[in-house]
Structure formats: C-alpha cells, structure tokens
Design a protein. Structure first.
Lengths: 491, 532
C-alpha cells in the first residue's frame, strides 16, 4: 500500500523549503504546494470509508497507519508512526482548505513574501503532523513545531503591539507544552508501555489506577487547555489574534485552536477514560465559564477583530463541553464544531482584515453603512456572522445543534446555559452587522474600493464551503463516525 | 610490548602534539600568517577526530583504527593499576572535545591574517585539546587531575594570549587564581582518598570500596573532589568566576572554554562517580552508579549532586534572565546547562548517563556555535548589549538563522538536538522513578524559564527595527536600507562555514538522533558496567 501520509508529509516539507527559497515568486510556489496538498488530502479521503466513492479495506484502528523505527534505546522505543481516522481526517481537510485559502487571501503580501509564505507552509505542515502523529514524541514534535513559525508570523508581520503578543503567545503555549510533555512521558513510563506508539500507550494506560489516570489527565489537559484556550488560560488569545496579520489570525483561529481539541480527544479522552470520568465535573464548570465569559466579552468589544477573537473562546468552550460529555454524540459534535469554527472564524478574520485594509479601521463605532461601497465584503461579513451564530443551512447549525442535543442527552436542563449564551452570541453579531453594514455611510475614507480579487476569492471559497457543509453535513459525519472509538461503527 | 604498539593507540594525541610543536616552531621562524598556522591546526584536529571516530568502530574508517578492539571496554587484570584505559565512552568524549576544538580552529581562520599572536593562540588551543583527550582515557585520579592541569594551564594562557587587552588579562588572572584553588581542592580530595583506599587507581578503588565502607576520610575526600571539579564544571555555588572569564576572554576563546574545556569536568565527574568505581548492583544490570548497587556510598552524596544540579540550573537561568549583555547572558545560560548534565550524574543509571552525554554533545554544538556567532557579530562592530543586536536576524540571515537555531536548541525546542538531549535525560529521570522524577520536573521547569530570555533575544533580532546606520552591514556592499545580506560579506569563509555547519548539525541530529544516540547508549552501558 502506498504510504500516502508520509508522501504528504514529504510534499509539505519540500514545499516549505521551496517556498522559503523562492524569493518574490513565493506565492506561486505556496499556491502550488497548497493545491498539491489539497489534492493529496482528497486522495486520502477517497481511501476512507464513509466518503462517497470509497473503495478499499479499513485497516483496523487507523486507516493508512505507517510505522518505522526512529529512536531505539534500551529503555525507550520511539517510532515514526502516522495514521488517520475520521476525526483527524476532517481536521486535515480543514488544514488543506485553510492553507490554500490563506495563500490566496494573502496574495498581495509584499513584505518579505518568501518568509511569510514559508512560515504559513510550515505552520500547516506542523498542524498536519499533529493530526497524523500516532507516536507521543512525534506528536509533541509537530505540536511544538507549530509554535515557532507562528511566533515569527505574529512578531514580524503583526500589528503595532506585535512583539508583546508574539512573546506572550510563545511563552504561554510553550510552558503549557512542557507540562503536557511531563504528562505524556509519565503516561509512557508509568503505564509500562513498550513503546511511545499510540496503540501501545492506549493498551497500557487502561491498566493504570483511576487516581494515576486523573493526575495524568490533568497534566495533559493543562497543556491542551492553554491551546484551546479555556478561561483562565485564554489571555494570550486576544493579543495574539488581534496583533497577528490576517493570515496568521486565520491559521491561529482556524487550525491552532483545533490542536487543543484534537489533542484532548486523541491523547487524553481516548487513552485515560477513568481520568476523564473523575475530572468531568471540573471540565463542565470550566466549559460553562468559558462559554459565558467569551460571549460576554465579545459583546463588549469595539474592535471587530477582537470581537471575533473572543467569540472563538466562546465556541471553543462549547467544544470542550461536547468533549467532556464523554458520549459518542458529544465527540461527533466536538469534531463538527471544530471544523465549522475553523472555516467560519477564518472567514470572519479575513473579512475583518479586509475591512481594515479598505477602511483603515476595525472600530465598530467608527464604521457604518459600508454595504453600498463594498457589497462583496459586506456579503462575506454577513455570511460569516450568520454561520457563526448558527443559522440553519450554514455550517454552524448542524455542529451546534448536535452539541446541544448531546448536552441535553448528557446533562439535561444544563443545556440552557449554552443555549442562552447563544442568544448573546446572536446579539453581538447582529448588533455588529447593524452598525457596520447598514445605516448611513460614515466610513473613513468615504470612497473606497471593494475587496481586491484575491481576498474575495479566499473568502468566497470559505463561504461556499460554509454553505456546502451546512446543507450536507452528512459528508463529514459519515467520515467522523468511522473512527475506532466510542462505540462508533469503526470499532 | 614494542614502543610502536604502545604508542599507536595514542595516535590522535600524537597528531595534535606534532601540530602544536609545528605551530610553535613556525612562530619562532616568524611564519605567523593565520592561513598557515590555522590550516595546520584545522588539519590536526580534523585528523585526530577522524582517528577517534575510526577507533570508535565506525566501519568505513576501520582501516584507520589504531586501538585494538581487545583493549577497549575491558577490565584490567585483578590487581593491575593502569594509569589509563580505553573505553568507548571515553572515546566518544574525545570525539566531542575534538569537535569543539575543530570548530574553534576553523572559525578562527577568518580573523585578520596578519593578527599578532595567531600561532600562540593555535598552539595553546591544541595543547589544551591534548589535555582533554588525556582526561577522557584516565583511570587513575592523579593521571586525571594532571591531565586536567594540562588543559587548565593552557587555557589560562589562552584567555590572555592577546597580552594587550586589559579585560582579557583580568579575566586570565581571575581564572588562574580560581583554577589553582580548584586544583588544590581536587588534589587534597584525592590525597584523602589515597589515605582511605591506599591507592589512587580507580579500578583498585572500585575493588576495595565495599570493604573500606564510608569512613569520614572517604566522605571528606569525595567532598573535596566534588568541590574541586565543581569549579571546572561551573556548578553553583562554584560558578562565580565563569561569567567574568567568558565575558573577558577573546570571543573564540570563550567559545572554546564554554563549549569545550568545561566538559572535562563533566567527564571527570562521570569517571569518579560512575565509571570504573562503580559497584555493580546484585542483578549485574545497570544499577545506579556508585550509589545504588548493593554497596552504596550513601544516598546522601546522590542528594548532594542532585541539589547541586537543581541549584545550578535554577540560579544560572535566573541570572541569565537579568543580563543585558549578550555574552554574559550566554555565560549564565552555559552555567545552567551544566546543571542539566549534573542530573545525569545524580541519577547515575546508564540511560541518564547517555542523556547527560548527549547533553554534553549538544552543548558543544550550541554553546561553541553561539559564542562564535557572538564573535562574528562583534567583529562586524556591533556592540555587546543584547539590544545592539536589533534587526540583525533580518539583515544577516545566515548569522540570524543559525543563532536562532542555537538558542531554540538551548531552550529545548523540538527538531533541535537540545530537545533530544533534554528529552532523553528527563525520560531517563522519569524511568528511574523514585524521587528522581522531581529532577525531571525541575529540569522541565527550568527549560520553561529559559525560554523567556532566549525568546527575548529572538524578538530583538528579528522583530525590532535595525539601528541606522547599521554596523551589521559593515563589509557588505549594500545601502543602509538595502536587502538582507545573504553573502558571507565581512564574516570570512571559515567562520561562516563553521556556523552553518554547527547549525546544520543541530537540526540533523535533532531530527534523526539514532546514530549518535545509539553509539552513546552502548558506550554508556559499557561504562557503568565495565567488563560486563
């Protein structure tokens, strides 16, 4: 069988290096790499059950798992092991989509384009690696590898306060990673796993006592929670998202936040069921606080980008809630939510970036009535906002609906908390649209062009996907439920 | 035994000695051009390095091997007291030492070709390297301490070789006084141990250690020895000299001191506490050094070493955080890195030893490289403060990217050798279980702490606007607002090549450590289980 995943990794690695070296032609190279990557991901999908046109046998556990010895010492065996299941596959699709959308959207980047596009490629390479890694060290390696390019993207191409934001981002997430690493190492050595592989850790960890599992779960959760981010570890997010250039914000919100959710599902929830069980109440409390806090703070923002950033916190709170439910429906909802939020938040960050390019400000109260002067941009903002607040037929709806259904099944009337918060979410989006898009024009400068073609294409792609998967969420659902966990068919 | 068969195993040392004498001879003959003496030194260190790698059993080079396989990793006959013995572990250290010397020799060829004192610099550097090689084969306390002395005396002189520089002279003076004190302490400790064991041979000590037990004499002896060696390794609280010396010494010499000679102390620790002295545990498996086997020197010593390790890491890191000058920051970070190596000694298992050794190897690359970059940047006319490096990473991509890789590696960011070494070391600590896991936690917390000051330098180098006019552009033919300088301009090819080579090694070994790590693991296992 073709080692598809390794080939994709190699494509991205070579593509990243080529982009760095291609000088002013970098955007073309980056586009080519992204297109190839997307095509390869499509090929990967064709080989997976649940996707239309599938024809092939499911490898038990993970499709396309590839394993080679990497570090072999007397007391530890680290393999290069990669593989995908439905959950990672959906997030890989998200990676490919956002990569190409970001490249197209950033077509006009003129400040050291080779560095910029190279770092974008590197970030996506790292994210893809996290989603396919089935070995603890490999996972951690890619996890950290995402950190460095993002640090440079924020710090060099970012806004006025970028240096502070970049260092804060780096320090927060690096410290969290280190705690996570202790947890992962302890997971291997205390469980007596024979190697760092997911399969052997998975098998060995079940023998651990609930108390040990709880401690390990907490250590891992801390690492993932900062990436998520959940309250109170969220303060790096508004700074990083707002100061990052638009492409950076897109990758941050669209991909990097998903690493936390994915890591929690793959390495904590699946591996340490008793640990999850004992910290469940804590997770619920954190999730509720995060949902409420993110939403309320969004309402209070004047800067549209900052508003979107806080709404990300709110959405990731729902993801955490869905994961913490420990049910198959909850996991399905979490993955759908992550995909939906990836597309929609990317769209909204792009839109607020374009707004800033065209009007020189993102301040909600300064802007007004931009629809006549920039109809395309207004459409994008509207599509993103409506998808984000969960309008049916757009991608946010099936995801949130599943999440609330799962919450109702698991927690009963507690579902009222996220439902009521949804009202706040709807309120701040509608209020923003009312002030920015409609009413008498009061934009500065008064006469502007609509978005440039490349920004329009980048956002248009995402709008199209928002509609496509909003109408046909089953495309994703069928893939996700073929994962070998939680009583789904793939088990 | 013919003279030839006696001398053959010492071929690397002989090559270096020949190089040293040749360089000094050329000095007398007034041939002082750096291309000549530098070339000889680069050739000598490279040849010695190749010979050592051949001796390590690297098969494509086996025809160059001069040490018979039957002489490596074997216990001497009972009662024999050899001054030296060849262990694969020691050979690995020889390789590491030679690598550091090679880097410094190669980089220094880029100094002005008519600079005064070049032969002195190279001659002393080769001489110090000979001492280091001898340390790595010692199996007798006196031999060990004398070999350390060879290196030390050469390095005191190295610090002051320019003779005109007052800061260098002051640093040399301080280095000499502290070094002498450390020597006295070590020898005093060794003499107490002689009193206790009736021998200074490490194999004989190993044989009698169980019977002698742990009277006050032994405890005092090891105590003084630890203190003496701790000066060499710059363990807190024996570290105060290091920063002033690294700061005051010429840049290339700092690179050699921090990257190279410091490691002889680390090896001496391994040798005295884990090597031939080891009392293997009842199972015959890799026990926990001198301390964990059926005959323990007392866990209290292990605690002492662990406390030294944690203190060194923490104090080094905290002080590094407070520094404003690049060189002093690197000096403190070098101190904290020594703490990581001490973790391996405190644990004492074969995995921990392997981790510490990889950390030594990593540190040679990172710190030698970092000081060489500092030297290159200073040669461009950039000031000593961290803030003087504004925008340098963008203006000089080769220097900037390489230095960034070195710092990321020091901070333990994945895909660099610094990550692998810390990963192996901390996983060995977790693997050893018991209270050792706290050493891993302390190490990890320190890694997290160190990120602060490394990230700050990256921020200054890449995100801050470069000063105008920009000294970093000196020697390059572009305007002040021009594009980044991709060419070697103003650096010199030797220096540029060394820095690029080190950066490449940091990444390559970081991604695929198995060849290096496998060799180190095997050697470490043999070392703690001599003859097993």
């Amino acid at each position: 069988m073709l080692p598809v995943i390794s080939i994709i990794l190699a494509t991205l690695a070579v593509g990243t290096v080529a982009t760095f070296l291609s000088g002013t032609k970098a955007r073309w190279v980056a586009l080519a790499v992204s297109a190839v990557f997307l095509a390869e991901v499509g090929f990967l999908f064709l080989g997976y059950p649940g996707w239309p046109g599938y024809s092939g046998a499911l490898v038990p556990g993970f499709a396309d798992s590839e394993t080679y010895t990497w570090i072999h010492l007397s007391w530890m065996h680290v393999n290069y092991a990669v593989g995908v299941d439905g959950i990672s596959l959906v997030l890989i699709l998200l990676t490919a989509i956002l990569q190409i959308a970001t490249v197209v959207y950033s077509w006009g980047e003129t400040r050291r384009p080779a560095g910029y596009f190279g770092l974008v490629m590197l970030t996506c390479f790292g994210c893809f690696g996290v989603f396919v890694a089935l070995d603890i060290l490999l996972f951690f390696l890619f996890w950290e590898a995402v950190l460095v390019p993002m640090f440079f993207i924020i710090g060099y191409w970012g806004g006025p306060n970028r240096r502070y934001a970049a260092v804060k981002f780096f320090v927060y997430t690096h410290v969290a990673s280190i705690v996570m690493l202790v947890g992962l190492l302890a997971l291997v050595f205390y469980s007596g796993a024979t190697s760092f592989d997911f399969s052997s850790v998975y098998a060995a960890a079940r023998t651990l006592s609930p108390v040990v599992q709880t401690f390990l779960f907490l250590a891992l959760f801390f690492g993932f929670a900062v990436k998520f981010p959940v309250v109170p570890f969220h303060t790096w997010l508004p700074d990083a998202h707002v100061e990052a250039p638009t492409g950076g914000s897109v990758l941050l919100a669209g991909l990097l936040l998903k690493l936390g959710g994915y890591g929690l599902i793959r390495w904590a929830v699946e591996v340490l069921p008793s640990g999850l069980h004992s910290v469940q109440p804590l997770l619920f409390v954190i999730a509720f606080i995060t949902i409420i806090w993110g939403s309320v703070l969004s309402l209070a923002q004047r800067d549209i980008k900052r508003m979107v950033a806080y709404s990300s916190i709110n959405h990731m709170g729902i993801v955490l809630l869905a994961i913490a439910l420990d049910s198959s429906l909850g996991l399905l909802a979490a993955v759908l939510l992550m995909f939906a939020h990836g597309i929609v938040s990317a769209l909204l960050f792009m839109a607020s970036g374009s707004l800033h390019h065209q009007y020189g400000t993102r301040d909600i109260s300064t802007l007004g009535g931009i629809t006549p002067s920039a109809p395309a941009l207004s459409t994008m903002i509207m599509a993103g906002s409506l998808a984000s607040l969960g309008l049916p037929a757009l991608i946010g709806f099936p995801a949130e609906f599943t999440a609330f259904l799962a919450t109702w099944n698991g927690l009963g009337y507690w579902v009222l908390i996220p439902l009521l918060v949804l009202v706040i979410t709807a309120a701040f989006y509608l209020w923003m649209m009312q002030r920015v898009l409609f009413g008498p024009p009061k934009a500065i400068p008064p006469v502007v062009h609509d978005v440039p073609w490349y920004e329009g294409v980048g956002m248009g792609l995402l709008v199209a996907l928002t509609v496509l998967f909003g109408i046909l969420p089953s495309l994703l659902v069928n893939v996700i439920v073929n994962s070998p966990i939680k009583g789904w068919p793939g088990t | 035994m013919t003279f030839l068969s006696f001398a053959a195993p010492f071929l690397p040392e002989i090559v270096l000695l020949a190089g040293t004498l040749l360089v000094f001879l050329l000095d007398v003959l007034n041939v002082r051009r750096i291309e000549v003496v530098g070339g000889i030194s680069v050739g000598a260190t490279l040849a010695a390095l190749v010979l050592v790698i051949a001796d390590l059993g690297f098969s494509p080079l086996s025809f160059l091997s001069t040490i018979p396989a039957s002489q490596i990793d074997v216990l001497p006959a009972a009662g024999a007291a050899p001054l030296y013995s060849f262990t694969s572990f020691g050979l690995i250290f020889q390789g590491v030492f030679l690598l550091a010397a090679f880097f410094v020799c190669l980089a220094s060829t880029s100094r002005p070709s008519t600079e005064r004192g070049a032969p002195i610099f190279y001659g002393l550097l080769l001489l110090a390297t000979i001492g280091m090689l001898l340390v790595a084969i010692a199996s007798d306390l006196i031999f060990l301490l004398l070999a350390i002395e060879v290196t030390s005396i050469a390095s005191y002189l190295l610090v002051a070789y320019t003779r005109k520089d007052l800061r260098g002279l002051e640093a040399a003076m301080k280095f000499f006084v502290i070094g002498a004190l450390s020597t006295v302490l070590s020898f005093f400790g060794a003499s107490l141990l002689f009193g206790a064991y009736g021998t200074t041979n490490l194999y004989l000590i190993r044989a009698t250690a169980g019977a002698v037990g742990y009277p006050t004499l032994v405890l005092l002896g090891y105590g003084f020895l630890i203190a003496g060696l701790a000066f060499k390794v710059t363990l807190v609280p024996f570290h105060a000299w290091a920063v002033d010396v690294y700061d005051g010494a010429p840049d290339d010499v700092s690179a050699f001191l921090a990257g190279g000679t410091k490691k002889i102390g680390v090896f001496a620790f391994f040798l005295v506490f884990l090597g031939p002295v080891l009392v293997v545990g009842a199972s015959g498996q890799s026990g926990y050094g001198l301390f964990g086997g059926s005959v323990a020197l007392g866990p209290s010593f292990q605690v002492v070493l662990a406390v030294l390790a944690v203190l060194t890491m923490t104090v080094g890191n905290v002080l590094a955080l407070l520094q404003k000058e690049m060189k002093r920051m690197l000096a403190y970070s070098s101190i904290s890195q020594a703490g990581y190596m001490m973790i391996g000694i405190a644990i004492g298992s074969a995995p921990a030893l392997a981790g510490a050794t990889l950390q030594v190897f990593a540190h040679v690359l990172m710190k030698t490289g970092a000081f060489l970059v500092v030297g290159a940047v200073a040669a461009l006319g950039v000031g000593p403060l961290i803030t003087d490096w504004r925008g340098l990473g963008v203006r000089r991509p080769l220097l900037g990217t390489s230095f960034a890789l070195m710092l990321l590696s020091l901070a333990g960011v994945p895909l660099t050798i610094g990550f692998v070494s810390k990963f192996v070391l901390f996983s060995a600590a977790v693997d050893a279980q018991g209270w050792f896991i706290w050493l891993a936690v302390a190490g990890l917390l320190n890694s997290a702490l160190s990120v602060f000051y490394y990230a700050r330098v990256l921020k200054v180098m890449f995100f801050d606007a470069p000063p105008d006019p920009d000294p970093a552009l000196a020697g390059a033919v572009v305007g002040a607002a021009g594009p980044p300088v991709l060419a070697v301009g103003g650096l010199g090819y030797g220096r540029a090549a060394t820095i690029a080579l080190i950066a490449a090694l940091i990444v390559v070994v970081g991604i695929y450590p198995q060849p290096v790590l496998g060799a180190i693991q095997t050697a470490a296992y043999h070392f703690v289980n001599v003859g097993a």
